[in-house]
Design a protein around this ligand. Structure first.
Ligand code: SAH
Length: 329
């Protein structure tokens, strides 16, 4: 018997059946499980951050020539700042705070100089999670690890409605002393409470702290955690600052998971947020937040960028309502 050449249509049928079989085998095999183990489920949708504000250096220098002029470079098309000159970052930070937020800043020598645009971007994104109606109501904001500048606390007091109360914590005595000083020199002592914590304390003070001060209930937490694990701060750290400000046991992921565990006591009304500096830390943080120990019910993250470059990630989470807890949105 001779071999009958296959017709075009029977080849097409055969290929279709084969691709169907392959698709079926792939969809019924375990890769789903493998994917789950390495990639956490997608986060919930939250508002995207507005671009980091850009400030006009020429206008800032005109407002206070003594502060910025030594660091300015006048190009053909625009005025820039030469950040390689020592003191330039601090001068720019001071100028922006003064002219856009009526804030005056004092920092101890050799400490972290907070850059303003990225902090304004993160803080306004965090506040946007509450929605306009909730933002207008009286509530407490907690800045965990405020640092010597108390920068988030100061910006929050200037940009959130007056009915907001701010608590700013730290463990470092130098940071606490300067944070107090910065709050006082801006006459914000009635709005911002600097709270000394010890390393063994909860990183989020319990609800009794807010009620004993007759402060409104906690609604929003912001945190720029220490980046490095203990003993891992590189000799040439990206920013000067005391070791205590840059290091924490377990690094930024462990610190933010502490914020989450200690924050559970405040229930479902609070948006917790934190900054993450290293992209590869995001996976471990998201898994930790959804773990049985923390049990965050909603987890979201966004990319914060400046000039098209990713600078940080911001993570936000909330807890589910416990039985009997009132709804608040
Ligand atoms: N918020 C400031 C400083 C961030 S650096 C800014 O963005 O510029 C992190 C800060 O967390 C340091 O000041 C460090 O002293 C503080 N910190 C470390 N452990 C802490 C803890 N357990 N509770 C509160 N603050 C802590």
């Amino acid at each position: 018997m001779g071999i009958v050449p296959a017709s075009r249509s029977s080849i097409r049928c055969f290929l279709y059946a084969l691709s169907f079989l392959i698709r079926k085998m792939c969809s019924s095999s375990p890769p789903r499980k493998r994917r789950r183990a390495s990639t956490p489920a997608p986060g919930i949708a939250v508002p995207q951050p507005a671009p980091a504000p850009r400030y006009d250096f020429a206008a800032l220098a005109t407002a206070d020539p003594a502060l910025l002029t030594p660091y300015l470079r006048r190009g053909a098309r625009r005025v820039t700042v030469d950040f390689s000159i020592e003191g330039a970052t601090l001068a720019v930070t001071r100028a922006i705070l003064q002219h856009h937020f009526r804030l005056s800043l004092a920092l101890p020598c050799g400490n972290l100089v907070p850059t303003v645009p990225a902090r304004v971007q993160y803080l306004s994104w965090a506040a946007s999670l509450l929605g306009d109606a909730r933002r207008a109501r009286s509530a407490s904001l907690l800045d965990v690890g405020t640092g010597p500048s108390a920068i988030y606390a100061l910006l929050a007091a200037r940009t959130l409605p007056d009915c907001w109360d701010v608590t700013a914590t730290d463990v470092d005595p130098v940071a606490l002393e300067h944070a107090e000083l910065n709050v006082a020199r801006n006459e914000l002592s009635a709005r911002i409470h600097v709270l000394a914590r010890s390393a063994a304390d909860e990183v989020v003070p319990p609800p009794s702290y807010f009620s004993s001060r007759q402060a409104p209930p906690l609604a929003l937490v912001v945190c720029n955690p220490p980046f490095y694990d203990t003993g891992e701060t590189p000799a040439a750290a990206p920013a000067p600052g005391s070791r205590a400000q840059l290091e924490t046991a377990g690094g930024e992921v462990a610190f933010l998971l502490r914020v989450a565990r200690d924050g559970r006591a405040h229930g479902a009304r609070v948006w917790f947020t934190g900054l993450v500096g290293v992209k590869s830390h995001l996976g471990a943080l998201k898994r930790g937040l959804r773990s049985d120990i923390v049990r965050a019910s909603e987890v979201a993250w966004v990319r914060l960028s400046a000039g098209g470059r990713t600078v940080r990630w911001a993570v936000a989470w909330r807890f589910a309502e416990e039985d009997g807890e009132g709804k608040d949105d």
